[in-house]
Design a protein around this ligand. Sequence first.
Ligand code: HEM
Length: 132
Amino acid sequence: MTVVEETAPTSHYERIGGAGAVKAAVELFYDRVLADPELAGYFAEVEMAGQRRHLAQMLTVVLGGPNGYTGRDLAAAHQPLNISVAHYVQVGQHLTATLTQLGVPGDIITDVQAVLAQVQDQVVAGGDRAGA
Ligand code: HEM
């Protein structure tokens, strides 16, 4: 067996550049969300430094980096917000646009989108996909 075969495959997290790249993505993502008049209202009362930290921790896990997530589970954080499917889709589009803008490879973006689809029921009000 060669050294290459014994080495763990490179994670998406490492491929995009680790913590610095995730931080840049989260900054740009929330800049976009807060500039979107349809979405900004959700965050009016939210302390954004902690919010950015929690999303960075979660994105790190989603990309195969170290798990240091200290936030609430997604249903607990989002069910009280009564989020529509349309707004969920809009937030996903901002994340995809952010990753594209930062030059993240397409296969990684596809994997992130798959995770977004998996958490839709936790984020959207009542977990009702039929409202799409
Ligand atoms: C699509 C997948 C989503 C993911 C992975 C996600 C991720 C997160 C994370 C990790 C937190 C922090 C939880 C905590 O601090 O305990 C959070 C909070 C929050 N999210 Fe999301 N989110 C998503 C969708 C959305 C959408 C669609 C909206 C609004 C349209 C939204 C609005 C918020 C707000 C307002 C908070 C702060 C809640 C509070 O502090 O009470 N999120 N989200």
